[in-house]
Design a protein around this ligand. Structure first.
Ligand code: B12
Ligand code: SF4
Length: 457
């Protein structure tokens, strides 16, 4: 039996592909969900994974599979439905799973044969068994899975061409910020994989650089942090010779031993959600966690950097508290905190989030011709109506924020700082110039967006 798993093209990758460049490999990330699914699949199935983001596929040349499985983030949904239609025309049953199909079940079920909602670990064997016997149901629900003792993801199945490998060590997030789908999808209960499984899986990854995809790598409670330390100790002891980046909340900075162990285990960068420079902004989005203990963000960032770990800070533009001038304010505060990179996104109501419910009830979702409009739900387009910022206004705030933070004098200051403390100045320079270049390309994208879709705001 042939199983073909497909990762549909991602609009963000396609956008940058307009300009072919060898740096594009740094923008294509492994579809770990499909690799996990392949790991769960019994040997009587011959599995392959096709990632459209590695290059336009020639489906005519692909041998006819017995079953197709498609994953999708919301922004990939349209392409997922096109691919599904192609295989359904050939009479091949199509199963769709992942975050979008879970949050938009009614929409997905009209366009594919089977939808698997939630995490797949508990139901995938049943789906395959039913497919073998021609008795597939329309819907299966995996809910929240036990992640102890599940087989390893199939890191061997994907072609080379990715700059980073990918691994997951925990699931879920206790915080439940209003704009984020993680708690709705993976639950507030923080689940940790057995350390021995994680270390073994790290060893099976061929790439030297790895993205640890956990949404909240260290968790929030003392027992979470103790487990993170045990994991890092085990990784260091296994002498993996890997360098990795991950995502964490700002409490990562609060424990010197944790930082030292993370660095020893190969941590080279961490992505932290600061979200808003204003305390009332943090309250609005349900992230008062960042405000606990009267935190000094600059000191926190410095403590992380002292362990040679780069800090990328993420902020959101478009909160109800945001007034004209917010773009410059974010750039200024990110500079003051001392982050190495700044990533700013538009507040976006993703389906299944508390923000979605709120904006929908207030009739503030401007781009709502679904499924077509999902392609704009990359957080890089203003798809909603903002309280104090017009469409032009919010775009100008984004432009001025990036212009300010990525101005040459500011870049040079950061590079000088990393040179002074000997924290990989060359990587800092290349990374900052790449962000600068991308934000310049975004200006053209915004102009097209305004002219084509501005009337719908
Ligand atoms: C790593 C990651 C990325 C990577 C990309 C990885 C990739 N696959 O290409 C990067 C950094 C590039 C990225 C980018 C973005 N991301 Co992202 N990302 C993640 C993250 C942190 C982990 C994903 C992951 O690997 N999970 C681990 C695997 C094992 O879980 P899984 O994919 O969910 O798969 C399980 C189930 O869903 C199911 N399943 C999945 N697919 C299928 C298919 C079938 C057939 C079946 C049966 C089951 C099934 O089975 C798996 C095992 O249980 C998630 C958060 C999360 N917890 O998932 C956010 C997340 C998916 N990202 C999100 C967003 C918003 C984005 C961006 C739009 C934001 C941005 N501008 O940066 C972009 C857009 C990317 C795009 N495609 O357009 C949102 C998506 C919400 C939504 N409704 O779409 C999430 C949920 C985070 C959030 N804050 O809400 N992301
Ligand atoms: S802390 Fe991060 S992963 Fe957790 S709910 Fe908030 S945004 Fe989502």
């Amino acid at each position: 039996m042939q199983l073909l798993l497909i990762n549909p093209s991602n609009p963000l990758v396609s956008m940058v592909r307009i300009k072919e460049s060898r740096w594009n490999r740094y923008r294509v990330w492994k579809p770990l969900g499909l690799m996990v699914l392949a790991g769960l699949t019994p040997p009587e199935w011959d599995v392959s994974i096709l990632d459209e983001n590695l290059g336009a596929p020639d489906y005519a040349a692909v041998p006819r599979p017995d079953l197709v499985g498609i994953t999708a983030f919301t922004s990939q949904a349209n392409r997922a439905y096109e691919v599904a239609a192609h295989f359904r025309r050939m009479g091949v049953p199509v199963v769709m799973g992942g975050i979008h199909a879970t949050m938009c079940l009614d929409e997905a079920i009209e366009r594919v044969d089977v939808v698997v909602t939630g995490e797949a670990e508990g139901v995938w064997l049943q789906v395959l068994e039913d497919a073998r016997h021609g008795r597939l149901r329309r819907r299966y629900d995996g809910g929240l899975a036990e992640i102890d003792g599940v087989p390893q993801a199939r890191h061997d199945l994907l072609a080379t061409g990715y700059a980073f490998g990918a691994i997951q060590t925990t699931r879920g997030c206790p915080l439940n910020c209003t704009f984020c789908s993680v708690t709705a999808f993976n639950g507030a209960h923080y689940r940790q994989r057995p350390i021995a499984d994680v270390v073994r899986e790290f060893k099976s990854i061929r790439e030297k650089h790895i993205l640890v995809v956990d949404d909240n790598l260290i968790g929030t409670r003392p027992d979470h942090i103790a487990r993170a330390k045990d994991l890092f100790r085990a990784m260091a002891k296994a002498n993996l010779r890997k360098e990795w980046i991950g995502q964490a909340t700002i409490n990562f900075a609060d424990d010197e031993e944790l930082l030292a162990l993370a660095a020893k285990a190969g941590c080279r960068g961490v992505f932290i959600g600061f979200e808003s420079p204003a305390p009332d902004g943090l309250l609005e989005i349900g992230k008062k966690f960042n405000l606990l203990k009267g935190r000094d963000f600059r000191a926190s960032v410095r403590r992380i950097q002292r362990h040679n770990i780069v800090v990328a800070g993420s902020f959101i533009i478009g909160l109800d508290v945001d007034q004209p001038g917010i773009g410059r304010r974010i750039a200024e505060m990110a500079g003051e905190y001392g982050v190495d990179y700044l990533n700013v996104l538009f507040l976006t109501p993703l389906p299944g989030t508390r923000l979605w419910e709120q904006m929908k009830s207030e009739d503030r979702i401007a781009l709502d011709a679904f499924p077509e409009d999902w392609k704009y739900y990359t957080l890089t387009f203003p798809v909603a109506r903002f309280k104090h910022l017009s469409l032009d206004g919010v775009i100008q705030e984004m432009i001025s924020c990036n212009r300010d933070f990525y101005s040459l004098p500011h870049i040079l200051r950061r590079v000088w700082d990393s040179l002074w403390h000997w924290r990989r100045p060359l990587i800092n320079l290349v990374g900052n110039l790449s962000y600068r270049n991308n934000s310049r390309m975004d200006c053209k994208t915004y102009a097209d967006f305004q002219s084509q879709l501005g009337h719908r705001q």
